[in-house]
Design a protein around this ligand. Structure first.
Ligand SMILES: Nc1nc2c(ncn2[C@@H]2O[C@H](COP(=O)(O)OP(=O)(O)O)[C@@H](O)[C@H]2O)c(=O)[nH]1
Ligand SMILES: [Mg+2]
Length: 319
């Protein structure tokens, strides 16, 4: 595809009237848990916005990452994995993903599969894309299958009516540029939707809270990180270093002890992992203060989920 104006200097004020063939729109990344959606979002945007861990179900709500160049702007939407919900938080997570799929504003849908996870290929075969969006199939984790197999799947899905099939290895950035190009050329002509220097619609507070949660997933075991919700209560930009006060909510008293650790060792380790990541995002030094509190069974209580700003099921039956 050629761009008449591609050698034109990018405008940063977003008020360019001569937009030519500039494109802009929304692209949702969807698929089963753990297939690499958040890794892709970060690679596509070129910033560490979304939590990536080897553990499934770490993404709890939609997160927007924005990519802009002189050809156009893509607002990528990372979503929770399409899982079978077992409690209120998971029901809300599932609805988050489904809303992104059905949303008439979603121009392009990227359905992500893990080449080393047969069930995700099965799920792609069963997936029924909405008529409102163009659907691209992304064969991710190509390193986890034989090249001949990947080839065969690419042919199979190509014939099955997907608008495009792209092969990626998201953790190393392979194929990411091609995926971005395939998305971009399917977006409508439009001026930028957000200022081109913006990386996300999430606030720095929200991204800081996610960085703390990511450290929890790396350092805490079994069910404990799933029982953690983080809220940034104080974000004092007029102080040097930037002061961030966060509360880490757990579900039970026994978990509080684990998260704090012997003589506070664990909570200090969580803080020292999260802090440099937050500093990268805000571009300055950060003082991070973390408190641990018990919020009984918050994952199962729609009221608590709402208080924490987490998705809750829309039609919760009264109990
Ligand atoms: N081998 C391999 N691992 C990957 C690739 N892409 C992502 N991962 C890993 O897969 C795990 C899950 O990734 P994540 O992005 O959190 O998946 P999500 O649940 O779909 O958002 C992480 O450990 C990633 O590092 C890939 O292309 N190859
Ligand atoms: Mg994720």
């Amino acid at each position: 595809m050629t761009h008449a104006g591609s050698d034109r200097a990018p405008r940063s004020d977003g008020t360019d009237e001569d937009d030519g063939d500039h494109r802009a729109g929304f692209c949702a990344l969807v698929g089963l848990p753990n297939v690499g959606k958040s890794t892709l979002l970060n690679a596509l945007v070129g910033a560490r916005l979304s939590i990536v861990t080897p553990k499934a179900q770490t993404t709890r709500k939609r997160l927007r990452g924005i990519y802009s160049d002189e050809r156009g702007q893509i607002v990528f939407i990372d979503t929770p994995g399409l899982l079978r919900p077992r409690y209120a938080l998971q029901a809300g997570m599932r609805e988050e993903a489904e809303e992104a799929i059905r949303d008439p504003d979603t121009d392009v849908l990227v359905y992500v599969v893990d080449c080393g996870f047969p069930r995700s290929l099965e799920a792609a075969r069963d997936f029924d894309p909405p008529s409102t969006a163009e659907a691209i199939l992304c064969l991710n984790k190509i390193d986890r299958a034989e090249p001949a197999e990947v080839e065969a799947w690419a042919a199979e899905f190509g014939e099955a009516g997907w608008s495009a099939v792209v092969r990626t290895r998201a953790d190393e950035g392979t194929g990411v540029e091609e995926l971005r190009d395939e998305v971009l050329e399917r977006l409508p002509e439009s001026p930028p939707l957000y200022p081109p220097d913006e990386l996300s619609t999430a606030t720095l507070r929200e991204l800081a809270a996610e960085a703390v949660r990511e450290a929890c997933f790396e350092l805490l075991e079994e069910e404990v990180p799933y029982s953690v919700a983080v809220q940034v209560e104080e974000f004092r930009e007029d102080e040097e270093p930037l002061y961030i006060g966060a509360t880490l909510h757990v579900e039970r008293t026994s978990q509080k002890g684990i998260v704090i650790g012997e003589s506070g060792r664990m909570i200090r380790e969580i803080g020292s992992r999260a802090r440099p990541r937050i500093e990268d995002l805000v571009g300055r030094q950060v003082y991070l203060d973390i408190w641990v509190k018990v919020l009984d069974n918050w994952k199962k209580r729609p009221g608590a989920l709402a208080r924490l700003g987490l998705p809750k099921p829309r039609e919760e039956k009264s109990r």
